[in-house]
Write a protein that binds this ligand. Structure first.
Ligand SMILES: Nc1ncnc2c1ncn2[C@@H]1O[C@H](COP(=O)(O)OP(=O)(O)OP(=O)(O)O)[C@@H](O)[C@H]1O
Ligand SMILES: [Mg+2]
Length: 251
């Protein structure tokens, strides 16, 4: 039996290990994300940030350790896995919208198919969400007819339509033209302000400073630092973090 209460972390990873062949890609990962907390994950390319996200909704299996979402151990397969996956929204660098469905259909599909919502309820919710991310007027277009920033906001609305308990973002702005980055970050910032629990892989320092409660720095599959944004940016403790910050702040 599991029990959940306000004090149960929304995500709890305990002693998680994962290899890809000989590569030890996640090492001794202990990470908790509290309800309503926004955690930004930073680290060099190949340090395991995407893999970390993907293990949380079981897109990648782990070798050993445990991952709990809202107090429930992630099941390896079956109905329980589908339910847990629906609780964990994920937004990727590439927008992953269904190309042959309209924006509205993209947002209503899973609530109808997975949550068993009626079509009219799903459409009502979808329109509210599209309104919230500022693209309700794009509802009848197909993804290719939208800008990258609009597509990414549609992807966020689609995830939110499942009423997830936690949202994972893996470099959601890195494929966008610069002028579209801020509209997506603004959407994420308001989501954070509304109390959504979020784990965000992003090198957008402005977002980290403004919206994050914690910054987690990964290197070679390990969590090397875990501190407040102010502390991390002003006083990185390890050489690896100093080196990383030197590189990203200088370009
Ligand atoms: N499916 C896979 N099979 C084998 N190796 C993989 C696989 N996915 C990732 N890796 C390796 O695992 C390591 C961590 O990859 P991961 O994508 O998690 O890094 P990352 O921190 O997200 O990097 P980036 O900043 O470039 O996105 C890398 O060395 C990568 O090459
Ligand atoms: Mg990555």
């Amino acid at each position: 039996m599991t029990s959940t209460s306000e004090s149960t972390p929304m995500v709890r990873m305990t002693d998680v290990q994962k290899h890809f062949g000989d590569l030890h890609v996640l090492r001794d990962i202990d990470l908790e994300v509290a309800r309503g907390e926004v955690v930004v994950v930073l680290g060099p390319s190949g340090s395991g940030k995407s893999t970390l996200c993907r293990t949380i909704n079981r897109l990648e299996p782990i070798d050993t350790g445990t991952i709990e979402v809202d107090g429930c151990l992630l099941a390896a397969e079956g109905k329980a896995l589908a339910a847990l996956r629906a609780d964990v929204g994920m937004v990727f660098q590439s927008f992953n919208l269904f190309a042959h469905k309209t924006i509205l259909e993209n947002v209503t599909l899973a609530p109808v198919k997975v949550r068993g919502m009626s079509k009219s309820d799903a459409e009502r919710t979808a329109l509210q969400l599209l309104e919230r991310v500022g693209i309700a007027n794009q509802r009848d277009k197909y993804p290719a007819q939208l800008s990258g920033g609009q597509q990414q906001r549609a992807a966020i609305a689609r995830s939110l339509a499942m009423k997830p308990k936690v949202m994972l973002f893996d470099e959601p702005t890195s494929a966008l033209d610069p002028e579209m980055v801020s509209e997506v970050l603004d959407t994420m910032t308001s989501l954070a302000a509304e109390g959504m629990t979020m784990l965000v892989v992003s090198h957008e320092m402005g977002f980290a400073r403004k919206a994050a409660h914690r910054v987690v720095f990964m290197s070679d599959g390990e969590i090397v630092e875990d501190s407040t944004p102010n502390d991390f940016f002003a006083n990185p403790r390890t050489d690896r973090a100093k080196d990383f910050l030197g590189k990203i702040l200088s370009h």
